[in-house]
Write a protein that binds this ligand. Structure first.
Ligand code: FNR
Length: 344
C-alpha cells in the first residue's frame, strides 16, 4: 500500500480512535439568557442560510475529510448519501491524492455521482498550481473550492510541507482565477483576526475558522510518529468560540463559518449566535456513519434540525441572522481572552 493511501486510512482510524462524544470545552463557557416571551412561532422559523454565493436550506454541513483509498471511498459514499437524503452540503477531503494518483479519483467523484443535485465543495491545500484546483473542481463538479491551511499538521508529518512563505500569494491568485467561490479553512487550530485580515487582503470573503476542541491533528500526527515528541503542542491553537470572537472583532464584512469540535445542535446554535453563517462537522459525521450507519445518521440529522428550530424559537430568532442579536453571557476563559484582545 502506498504512503498516501495508508495516511488517509490512518487519519480516519485515528480521528475515530480519539473521538469523544462529550468534551468540556469553550462551548460550555457560552450561556444564553432565557426570556419568557420570544414572540416567534415555531413554524415561522427559517433555517436557510447563504455563503460563497450559494443558498443552503440548513445552517450546517459535512465538512472536509477524506478520499484517496478504497476504505475512504466507502466513507465518502456513505457521507454523500446522508448529504443527499438530508439536503446538507458536503466537502470532500483534500483532492490532491486524487490528482497525484488518478486511480483513486473515483473515491472523490463518487460524492457527485451519489448526489447529483447537492451542494459540494472540493478541498485542497494552498500550495497547488491553478490547474490542480481546476482539476479538483472538475472532478467533483464542485460548487465551491475549500482551501485548507494546516501548518501545524504539515510540520508534524515527516512527509509534510516545509515551505509556507508563498501560501497567501497563491491563495490570492487562486481566488482570482479558479472560477468558483473559494472558502479558506483551518483544520482545527482556529484563526486569529490577524489571519482573517490577511485573507481579506488576499481577496477571500468566506472563511471557516475551524478551531480547536474536536479532531486534533497534532494528536493524530503525533501518534503516527515513532517518537511522540510534539505532545507539548496538543493544546495548540484557538478554540472555535475564541476564533469566532476573533472573527467578529475585525471590521470587514465577511462570511464566517464555524467548525471544530461541533457535536450537538446546541454547539451549532452557539456558533451561529457568535456570528457564523453556517457550521461544519467532520469528526461527528465520521463517527456516526462508521458506528451507526447511514440510516441512523440521517435520523440524527433530522433530530438536529428539529433541535435547532426549537432553540431558535426559544431565542426569538425567526431566521439565522437574528441569532446574532440574542443575549449571551461569556464565562472564563472566553472573558479573559476578550479582555486581552480588546474584544467587546
Ligand atoms: C479532516 N479535516 C480535513 N480538513 C481539510 O480541509 N482537508 C482534509 O483533507 C481533511 N482531512 C480530515 C480527515 C479526517 C479523518 C478528519 C476527521 C478531519 C479537518 C476537518 O475538516 C476539520 O477542520 C477538523 O476536523 C475539525 O472539525 P471536527 O472534526 O472537530 O468537527
Amino acid at each position: 500500500m502506498s504512503i498516501h493511501k495508508n495516511r488517509k486510512d490512518e487519519h480516519v482510524a485515528l480521528a475515530e480512535q480519539f473521538y469523544q462524544s462529550t468534551v468540556s470545552g469553550d462551548f460550555d463557557s457560552i450561556r444564553f439568557i432565557h426570556h419568557s416571551f420570544p414572540e416567534t412561532d415555531f413554524e415561522d422559523v427559517k433555517m436557510n442560510t447563504s455563503f460563497a454565493g450559494l443558498e443552503f436550506p440548513f445552517p450546517f454541513f459535512i465538512n472536509g475529510m477524506t478520499g484517496g483509498s478504497k476504505k475512504t471511498q466507502q466513507i465518502n459514499l456513505d457521507l454523500a448519501t446522508v448529504a443527499r437524503e438530508t439536503g446538507l452540503a458536503m466537502a470532500s477531503g483534500s483532492v490532491s491524492a486524487g490528482i497525484k494518483h488518478p486511480e483513486t479519483s473515483e473515491s472523490y467523484s463518487i460524492i457527485r455521482k451519489t448526489n447529483p443535485q447537492g451542494k459540494i465543495f472540493a478541498n485542497m491545500g494552498p500550495e497547488h498550481p491553478l490547474e490542480n484546483y481546476l482539476k479538483a473542481v472538475d472532478l467533483l463538479q464542485a460548487d465551491a473550492l475549500q482551501i485548507h491551511v494546516n501548518v501545524p499538521q504539515e510540520l508534524l508529518m515527516p512527509e509534510g510541507e516545509r515551505k509556507f512563505s508563498h501560501w497567501l500569494a497563491n491563495i490570492q491568485q487562486t481566488v482570482e482565477k479558479v472560477g468558483v467561490p473559494v472558502i479558506v479553512k483551518e483544520v482545527g487550530f482556529g484563526m486569529s483576526r490577524e489571519t482573517i485580515r490577511q485573507l481579506v487582503q488576499a481577496g477571500v470573503h468566506t472563511i471557516d475558522v475551524s478551531g480547536r476542541g474536536g479532531t486534533n491533528f497534532i494528536q493524530i500526527e503525533n501518534s503516527r510518529r515513532k517518537k511522540k515528541d510534539f505532545s507539548f503542542a496538543e493544546n495548540w491553537g484557538q478554540s472555535t468560540p475564541i476564533a469566532l470572537l476573533e472573527a467578529n472583532s475585525q471590521p470587514e464584512p465577511l462570511e464566517i463559518l464555524a467548525s471544530g469540535g461541533i457535536r450537538t445542535p446546541f454547539d451549532i446554535v452557539k456558533s451561529l449566535a457568535l456570528g457564523a453563517r453556517a457550521v461544519g462537522l467532520s469528526g461527528q459525521f465520521l463517527h456516526l456513519v462508521v458506528n451507526e450507519g447511514v440510516e441512523k445518521t440521517i435520523e440524527e440529522v433530522t433530530r438536529w434540525k428539529e433541535n435547532i428550530r426549537t432553540m431558535m424559537t426559544l431565542l426569538g430568532a425567526a431566521e439565522i441572522a437574528e441569532l446574532q442579536q440574542t443575549d449571551i453571557i461569556l464565562y472564563e476563559p472566553l472573558k479573559t481572552w476578550c479582555e486581552a484582545r480588546h474584544i467587546n
